[in-house]
Design a binder for this molecule. Sequence first.
Ligand SMILES: [Zn+2]
Length: 86
Amino acid sequence: MALVPVGSPGERLEAAVWARILLARTDGTWHRLKLCREPACRSAFYDRSRNNSGVWHDVRRCGNAANLRASRARRKQRAAGAPAGG
Ligand SMILES: [Zn+2]
C-alpha cells in the first residue's frame, strides 16, 4: 500500500504534508513536533530530548533569553521587597 499525491503541484505538496502528519500521528513522533516557547520566536522544531521535555528550538538562543528574563524578574521582585515564590 502507498499514498501517492495527485493533482496540481500545490495539491500534491499539501497531500504529501498531510500524509506525513498522518504517519507521524501513527508512529508516535507527532507529539515531538513543537513550537518554541519563546514568544518572539515560535519556530517549529523536533524535540529530540529523551523525555520529550524540550520547549526551546535552541536552548542557547531562546532558553537563555527566557531564563535571563525570569532571573531579572525575580531579582526585581526581591528588590521590591515582595515575598519570593508567592
Ligand atoms: Zn526559539
